[in-house]
Design a protein around this ligand. Sequence first.
Ligand SMILES: CC(C)(COP(=O)(O)OP(=O)(O)OC[C@H]1O[C@@H](n2cnc3c(N)ncnc32)[C@H](O)[C@@H]1OP(=O)(O)O)[C@@H](O)C(=O)NCCC(=O)NCCS
Length: 181
Amino acid sequence: MKEIPEFQTERLFLRGITLEDTSSYQKHFVDYEVVRYLADHVPWPYPENGIEEFLKEYILPNQAMSLWMWGIFLKEKPTEVIGAIELCRKGKPENRGFWLGRKFWGKGLMTEAVAPITDYAFTKLGFEKLIFANAVGNIGSRRVKEKSGAKLIGTEPAKFVDPKFTEHELWELTKEDWSKP
Ligand SMILES: CC(C)(COP(=O)(O)OP(=O)(O)OC[C@H]1O[C@@H](n2cnc3c(N)ncnc32)[C@H](O)[C@@H]1OP(=O)(O)O)[C@@H](O)C(=O)NCCC(=O)NCCS
């Protein structure tokens, strides 16, 4: 497994996810209120050892090559992962995914977490633009994008874990438009 850089923000540590993070990842991620907003390739009900398998088989072998996944940790509790951000070289079409445990929403934490990662994507990984996506109706995710300077480029049919969501919004953030918080 390759290393990825660590970052610090006012309230957070961001570092490459490891298998030691499996149980706290599971604790905060395996929650329908988090997973329902994700694309429908995420299984629900979530399999019992699904996080370990996902990290072992998909994330860790590709870390720092085709993708970069950071765990998000509060500085006051640096052993417990409370969320994650993933960048992908090849967009699906989106180049980034993120989630945060439910009890941490609405405090500006994801806006804070995406800042050093967006900088890293533009200054070190050579991205000229990033494509983002969210379910139409996922207002928190939409706001994180808007606040960073991303521009809405369209809406298309898409499938999510919660079948109530039937479309996604696509966003583009260029290096020029990136507005640091
Ligand atoms: C999307 C998510 C990462 C946002 O994280 P967060 O730390 O709560 O985001 P922030 O606090 O930085 O910003 C959220 C913004 O949305 C706003 N917001 C959130 N829910 C809202 C709602 N229902 N109505 C209006 N505004 C809302 C917040 O007020 C804030 O905007 P502001 O700073 O202008 O006040 C988090 O909600 C999450 O993990 N959701 C489940 C998984 C998910 O949706 N992942 C993304 C898939 S595209």
